[in-house]
Design a protein around this ligand. Structure first.
Ligand SMILES: Cc1ncc(C[n+]2csc(CCOP(=O)(O)OP(=O)(O)O)c2C)c(N)n1
Ligand SMILES: [Mg+2]
Length: 554
């Protein structure tokens, strides 16, 4: 029976190679760019890209991690699916940190991996780039993966991959294809993009949530990465409830930081201690649940795209599963009937912000450098955070005004993700200024991609804060390990000379004021990549504002 059906489906279907079918399918899903590094396993696929170069750009990087991170940055900056393609074995592993980060950040990144000849997979014949159980390795990195074994399978599997990247918790998907299958021809049936299923909204749960929130005396909203597309709804809810909105890394910008109800981590920690009802939207709630504590006086309402997420650490009072925006719109409809009369918390919040700001004022020069950046980076420009001193403070104190304009690596917090991720963001959003910050340690993880930036004329502005050290590690060794320094000093290139040697613009600035002037000049030009080196000394620790203790539940 299945055989008959298959025959019917392919009757009259055009003859194509697997590679041609895959490229046609990417185009059918709206992709216009692929980040890639070629090799013999994927030559037929790259030739199909070459023959479609007027429809899909191939941005080649200098290392596979660059390709994965660029696809990640492009996905985060556009909220659309993005793809990268690399060779199997070492190519796959080189890209794996990027794919892992895409998983942690719920980013729709499609990885296309080559494979050894189809007949030999799993047999250990020592083919070029062979790796044991490649499919098994991939299956640990993403939620959905498959291998294309014949041309006719390509459109369906790519459509399924695309669907999986947006269904439930969004995230990456992966497809393998053997070296001898990419070039094989056969009939290829048409396949339209598949619909993205969304969970039915549970009206009983909406009512329960509305009742609890409406009656709350000290409501608090916590916004994570899953709230980025629900900015309008969260802003309305916050005002309706006079509820502060806590955001840290991935939720920054969901509520405009000019709104006094937008609160940072240390203020959120205080408010968590006082809250009677918490509405957590698109967040693991990792720090609150695992570090700050819960007790019976706190009712938690979770909104999450992943049905397994809400009850993972502690069972919430109400769980709403699905995309945040439609759920919150329904909640906004029902809430007024249950909402208590509320007086404005503006004055209280302004006073509390002022107190936190005063405590954090010692975080210099980080705060002044961030102020210089904010003064010059337009509101809709993108800021790409890194695992560095200025980055840590940015998570607490860089004012963000719009959703999806602050990109931070989330719980992987992997050093070296920033520069290449920012390149992808800037490549995909050439209409906006994109600014990347790195430490000297993190920058050299993907500094080779400066060649990619110049080759593809990507006008990214990169600031490298150079303290000649894995500064964060060094400070921990100084403070907690009796100053026994190990593996934390760094030998660096002349960063300005380094960037210029690729043909990028570069300059060195020595103060926040100089940085501001350099940024103004650079943003006015935007005709290619620019590196700005900022030599810095030891910076004060931000950790007391990040790793905070238990305030509930004993
Ligand atoms: C992939 C990865 N490797 C190692 C670390 C551990 N780590 C965290 S911060 C840091 C040092 C960062 O140095 P740099 O980029 O120069 O920033 P600085 O702290 O000096 O500002 C290291 C090694 C990490 N977070 N991620
Ligand atoms: Mg450093």
């Amino acid at each position: 029976m299945p055989k008959v059906r298959r025959k019917k489906m392919t009757t009259g279907a055009p003859q194509m190679t697997t590679a041609e079918a895959a490229v046609a399918s990417l185009l059918a899903h709206g992709l216009d760019t692929i980040y890639a590094l070629p090799g013999v396993h994927n030559d037929d696929f790259f030739d199909a890209l070459a023959r479609n170069a007027d429809k899909i750009r191939t941005v080649h990087t200098r290392h596979e991690q660059g390709a994965a991170y660029m696809a990640l940055g492009a996905a985060l900056a556009t909220a659309r699916a993005q793809a990268y393609c690399v060779v199997p074995g070492p190519g796959l592993l080189n890209s794996a940190a990027g794919l892992l980060t895409a998983y942690g950040m719920n980013a729709p990144v499609l990885a296309l991996f080559g494979q050894i000849p189809q007949y030999a997979i799993g047999r250990g014949f020592a083919y070029l780039h062979e790796i044991r159980d490649q499919a098994g390795i991939i299956a640990r990195l993403v939620d959905w993966s498959a291998r294309i074994k014949a041309p006719r399978e390509a459109p369906r599997l790519i459509a399924k991959a695309m669907q999986s990247m947006f269904a439930g918790r969004p995230g990456p998907a992966a497809i393998e294809c053997a070296i001898d299958v990419w070039g094989r021809s056969g009939p290829v049936p048409a396949q339209a993009p598949l619909p993205i299923p969304n969970a039915r909204i549970d009206d009983d749960a909406i009512k329960a949530a509305a009742k609890r929130l409406g009656a709350a005396a000290r409501p608090l909203i916590v916004a994570g990465g899953g709230a980025q597309d629900a900015s309008v709804e969260i802003t309305q809810l916050a005002h309706m409830l006079q509820a502060p909105v806590l955001s840290y890394r991935r939720g920054r910008g969901v509520l405009d930081d000019r709104d006094p109800l937008s609160v940072n981590l240390p203020l959120g920690h205080e408010l968590w201690a006082e809250a009677d009802v918490v509405l957590a939207v698109g967040t693991h709630l990792h720090m609150p649940l695992l570090q700050w504590g819960v007790d019976r006086d706190l009712a938690i309402i979770r909104v999450d795209a992943d049905p397994d997420e809400p009850a993972r650490v502690a069972k919430p009072k109400v769980a709403l599963v699905g995309r945040a925006a439609p759920i919150l719109r329904r909640l906004l409809d029902v809430l007024p009937a249950h909402n208590a009369r509320r007086s404005s918390r503006t004055d209280e919040m302004r006073e509390r912000h002022a107190r936190i700001r005063k405590r954090m004022a010692r975080l210099e020069p980080q705060l002044s450098y961030l102020a210089a950046i904010r003064a010059e980076l337009p509101e809709d420009g993108l800021f790409i955070d890194e695992v560095t001193q200025v980055g840590f403070v940015s998570r607490l104190a860089f004012p963000v005004h719009r959703p999806r304009t602050y990109i931070s690596p989330g719980y992987q917090d992997n050093l070296g993700y920033g520069f290449a991720t920012a390149l992808g963001a800037q490549d995909a959003r050439r209409d906006l200024p994109v600014l990347s910050i790195s430490g000297d340690g993190g920058f050299l993880f993907t500094a080779n991609e400066m060649a990619t930036a110049v080759r593809h004329r990507i006008p990214l502005v990169t600031i490298v804060f150079n303290d000649g050290a894995f500064g964060n590690v060094r400070r921990i060794q100084q403070e907690r390990y009796g100053n026994r320094l190990i593996a934390s000093d760094l030998v660096n290139p002349d960063f300005v000379g380094f960037a210029e040697s690729f043909g990028a613009a570069a300059m060195r600035v020595k103060s926040p004021d100089e940085l501001r002037q350099a940024l103004r000049r650079t943003f006015a030009r935007r005709d290619g990549p620019t590196l700005i080196e900022v030599p810095v000394g030891i910076m004060p620790s931000p950790w007391e504002f990040i790793m905070m203790g238990r305030v509930r539940g004993g």
